[in-house]
Design a binder for this molecule. Structure first.
Ligand SMILES: Cc1cc2nc3c(=O)[nH]c(=O)nc-3n(C[C@H](O)[C@H](O)[C@H](O)COP(=O)(O)OP(=O)(O)OC[C@H]3O[C@@H](n4cnc5c(N)ncnc54)[C@H](O)[C@@H]3O)c2cc1C
Length: 487
């Protein structure tokens, strides 16, 4: 068996693996990425079908982190970027009592709008006087209701947690899903007071918040990262074994050409948790057990292409979110052709429905007709559908998103504690530090910085110094996916 030597081996070629690889290769380390399938990108894939551009998973990046902006710029992707079209800037819709109600994008404007009851507004004024529960891993629904009242849960957080994280607000850990809000409560005793103090001190993670995709869709991002000079991407490489040697690692993969092994100083495992558990089982069975305990939600994505006049609704927003009491399986519908240019041929629209999540695991077993019918039945009255779609595409994910449910922070802390005893092994995927593409890119930066700090790499010492001395280059793995919307 041939045995190569690399500085860092990355297992898994999704956005988590590619982002880590990009930051490391940029610092001059030799990096190999093993991807089990035949293409890089993992869940992310953009597809052109009949003139429509569809997204299998992530369809946009909501960014406020400087290192993410830096990666996009330095990967040469600035000219490829497409920002949200003006029509999708100001509103999203919420399904309430069988109707779509327009809501402003920002929570502040949302609460000030006539859609918010006087009682809900008065309840918000009480927020600074509410005591902390003192409970670790309090569920999102309890945390939000306790601090901000039922209306914020029903009209904002509940539908967000379901629509964007496929999770259930009654089970999701507030500390894992809303870390910024929980930190504000812990630090200042109140979310409102914390936001005010941070504003006064001008404490912001970045100066601008931007929502963007790319001309060719999110596939452009993963393809560009995969082609970066210095990243040696090996597709068709399914990692099977990890062995700790005296001061390095040996990993083996099955490939179409037979077995392949490499030695590496550091290994980053970026696969979903069940595959990571299988890889670390022989090293630390308790770590494997902690990983196996992470539940995943299944999601089906139904893309529908229609002629513009087949839809009566003005489609003047990002789309709509559907709370669980309003909809059994459909969690939301994005109006992709309103969001970004060139998603549908002229005179046509592209609407993408998301079904499943924690609320409806049964969708994983529905056949295509069942999925399409469910989506269309919901859409028909809401957006005044007058005809059937001319294009339908379905993308299914059995392990769509990890659910940050239960005592999730305690689980993450236990995982971190076990990893402290396994030198040179890193776990970095969307079950840790946020599921969004932004968080994945930022966590890639954080793990790369950690590896660069952990070892004296003579060839890159100068670059490393530049990196750590650069202002604003503080590497953190943020865990702040959800509450980014609250400013
Ligand atoms: C339907 C949907 C919509 C979404 N929308 C958005 C959005 O609009 N914006 C946003 O920011 N985020 C969104 N997300 C979240 C985001 O897309 C994902 O969290 C992210 O892409 C996950 O990346 P990852 O690299 O951690 O995992 P993955 O993409 O799952 O990559 C893991 C890789 O590891 C490989 N692998 C597994 N086992 C092995 C092995 N033994 N050896 C080698 N390789 C292996 C797999 O083949 C895979 O390629 C969405 C997710 C879904 C499912």
């Amino acid at each position: 068996m041939a045995m190569d030597k690399v500085d860092v081996l990355i297992i898994g070629g999704g956005i988590s693996g590619l982002a880590s690889a990009w930051w490391l290769a940029r610092s001059g380390l030799s990096v190999e990425v093993w991807e089990a399938s035949e293409r890089p990108g993992g869940k992310i894939m953009s597809t052109r079908q009949d003139g429509y551009l569809t997204e299998r998973a992530a369809s946009m990046v909501l960014n406020f982190r400087p290192e993410v902006a830096e990666l996009v710029r330095e990967a040469g992707l600035e000219p490829e970027k497409t920002t949200r079209l003006p029509a999708a800037e100001s509103r999203r819709y919420l399904l309430q009592q069988g109707r779509l109600n327009a809501l402003p994008m920002r929570l502040g404007a949302m609460v000030a709008s006539p859609l918010w009851s006087l009682r809900g507004k008065l309840r918000l004024l009480a927020e600074p006087f509410i005591l902390s529960s003192g409970r670790a891993d309090e569920p999102v629904s309890e945390f939000i209701t306790r601090r901000l009242g039922h209306e914020v849960l029903d009209k904002a957080m509940g539908p967000f947690v379901a629509g964007m994280l496929a999770a259930d607000a009654d089970q999701a850990s507030a500390a894992a899903v809303l870390p910024r809000l929980v930190a504000l409560e812990q630090r200042y005793g109140s979310i409102g007071a914390g936001i005010l103090v941070n504003r006064l001190l001008r404490k912001r993670t970045a100066s601008t918040t931007e929502t963007f995709s790319f001309r060719g869709g999110m596939g452009t991002l993963v393809e560009a990262l995969a082609k970066t000079p210095g990243i040696n991407l090996r597709t068709g490489h399914a990692a099977e074994e990890l062995v700790r040697l005296r001061d390095s690692w040996q990993a083996a993969a099955t490939t179409p050409q037979g077995q392949r092994a490499v030695t590496a100083q550091h290994v980053i495992v970026t696969t979903p948790a069940p595959a990571a558990a299988a890889l670390v089982d022989s090293l630390d069975s308790e770590l494997a057990e902690l990983l196996r305990g992470i539940d995943y939600a299944a999601v089906a994505v139904v893309h529908t292409g229609l002629t513009r006049d087949a839809v009566g609704h003005p489609l003047d927003g990002t789309g709509f979110l559907a709370p669980k009491k309003e909809s059994a399986a459909l969690t939301g519908n994005l109006w992709m052709s309103t969001l970004f240019p060139d998603r549908a041929p002229p005179g046509k629209v592209l609407l993408t429905s998301y079904l499943g999540g924690a609320r409806a695991p049964q969708v994983a077993d529905w056949d295509d007709d069942h999925l399409v019918n469910e989506a269309l039945e919901m859409l028909r009255p809401l957006i005044d559908l007058k005809a059937d779609p001319e294009m339908v595409r379905i993308d299914r994910h059995r392990e769509a998103l990890p659910l940050y449910h239960g005592a999730y922070q305690a689980r993450m802390q236990a995982i971190a504690a076990r990893l402290q005893h396994i030198q040179g092994l890193h776990l970095e995927a969307n079950y840790k530090g946020g599921v969004s593409v932004r968080d994945r890119l930022a966590c890639g930066h954080a793990v790369a910085s950690k590896i660069l700090r952990a070892q004296q790499w003579p060839s890159i010492e100068r670059k490393r110094r530049e990196e750590t001395e650069r202002p604003g280059a503080k590497a953190t793995c943020p865990i702040e996916s959800m509450d980014a919307a609250i400013k």
